[in-house]
Design a protein. Structure first.
Length: 436
């Protein structure tokens, strides 16, 4: 429970940093210095080794390069939850998984109702996503007295949602595939799998082959390189080298040896004590899974560096023209109605059906009003929605319309969800007060 609480606190902090970065990007893009913003994002950065050179704009380095680490972190989290977390028990996972599916399918259908032809029809994947950092940040702000099981429900829903987004990108937003480069990428991925089963536990092994092999070949193959992040994550070992009992026995022996060893004068420790401490480090490393170790390392990097950089690069929208006309366009209506009402109806309706048919039950201490609030929070589709926008459209006017709609719809859904949960929290407090 302590680990879960610290995870919620971290996500809350990430959400705050992300929100601040969005505000900075919006102010910068609409200030007299907007030219510097555009120029910075279009600045070319090159990476070269010998005769090989890879040159892309800062925007593409962030979206295609750094975001691969974000998807790797998503993959690590997903694998951990499947192995021994909230997705390991089918009984507990059915409700949030079903809610997530409903929250992906209905928004896509609503979008397609408004946009069923031309380039605009490519954007059906945009309203399918839920931003886990923002949604949990809002829940943390208004839901301090709400049950922890509600947070578990939202986290599980958002994780499944992320997986759905990754599958959508892999299957529908990848084109012009180079079969030879893809084959090379799959061979590198196979090397990671072999390393896993051979007992290789070095994170450097998986980092070098994952980034220098899988990511690079996927980049040139035409398959979006963020998929390389997910594949690499699933290849990283999720098992310990020594069991808990063996670790505790070894630690006990080393502890006794350390106590029995004579120390030297001054502040330094003896050579024997230093060797014992190194043995303790080795034992501790073997008692920890590479998956959890890498996930813990990536969490602050992704939360405090990569996602804010992504927000800075993609949320800097120069607002111009008739915004009412923009927000009433088919693309904007499809995204807005999909995120706000499609997410809400999809999440709550699928949850209702699963409970009605006794395929699942509500989490402990959670009522339907809380699920309704989560249904609206699911409509905060910032990170993944902006990401899919860049893949779905090439027309700058469509990208502008989509981004404006995502920001307005996410803000609306977040406020509606927050108000509903806050009202429910006050009602719960009143009922408890009367009982006492």
């Amino acid at each position: 429970m302590k680990f879960f609480g610290s995870s919620i606190k971290r996500l809350h902090n990430y959400g705050i940093v992300l929100f601040i970065t969005v505000v900075i990007a919006m102010v910068w893009a609409n200030s007299p210095w907007k030219g510097y913003y555009v120029g910075l994002m279009q600045t070319e950065f090159a990476f070269s080794v010998g005769t090989f050179q890879l040159s892309e704009s800062l925007l593409l380095w962030i979206n295609d390069g750094l975001m691969a680490l974000f998807f790797m972190q998503v993959g690590l989290e997903l694998k951990r939850e499947i192995i021994g977390g909230k997705l390991s028990s089918p009984k507990d996972a059915i409700l949030p998984i079903g809610a997530a599916i409903g929250g992906m399918v209905l928004p896509a259908l609503i979008y397609f109702m408004f946009n069923n032809s031309g380039e605009a029809s490519n954007g059906w994947g945009i309203p399918m996503a839920t931003d886990i950092a923002f949604s949990l940040g809002v829940l943390a702000l208004v839901g301090k007295r709400l049950p922890s099981t509600l947070r578990v429900f939202l986290i599980t829903l958002a994780i499944v949602d992320d997986l759905g987004g990754v599958l959508v990108i892999a299957l529908f937003y990848t084109s012009g595939i180079s079969q030879m480069d893809l084959l090379h990428g799959l061979l590198f991925f196979a090397a990671l799998i072999i390393g896993n089963y051979a007992g290789v536990r070095s994170t450097w092994f998986y980092a070098i082959i994952g980034i220098g092999g899988v990511w690079l070949t996927f980049f040139f193959s035409g398959v979006h390189p963020t998929i390389a992040g997910i594949l690499t994550a699933f290849a990283i070992p999720g098992r310990v080298k020594i069991k808990e009992t063996t670790f505790l026995e070894r630690l006990d022996r080393l502890h006794k040896r350390f106590q029995e060893t004579k120390s030297i004068k001054g502040t330094l420790i003896s050579k024997t004590q230093l060797e014992i401490l190194e043995d303790i480090k080795t034992a501790s490393s073997e008692a920890e899974t590479p998956l959890q170790k890498l996930e813990r390392t990536l969490n602050p990097i992704v939360g405090f560096v990569i996602l804010p950089l992504f927000a800075l690069a993609n949320a800097g929208i120069h607002l111009h023209g008739d915004l009412l006309k923009v927000l009433s366009s088919p693309v904007s209506l499809g995204i807005g109605l999909g995120l706000i009402f499609g997410k809400f109806i999809g999440i709550t309706a699928f949850s209702r059906l699963l409970v009605a048919f006794k395929l699942a039950k509500l989490p402990e201490n959670v009522n339907w009003n809380m699920i309704y609030g989560i249904g609206f929070l699911g409509g905060i589709g910032f990170t993944m929605s902006l990401f899919i926008t860049e893949l779905a459209f090439t027309d700058e006017s469509l990208i502008f319309t989509a981004k404006v709609s995502i920001l307005f719809a996410s803000l609306t859904a977040g406020v509606m969800g927050a108000l509903l949960l806050y009202r429910n929290r006050k009602q719960l407090r009143t009922v408890k007060h009367k009982r006492t």
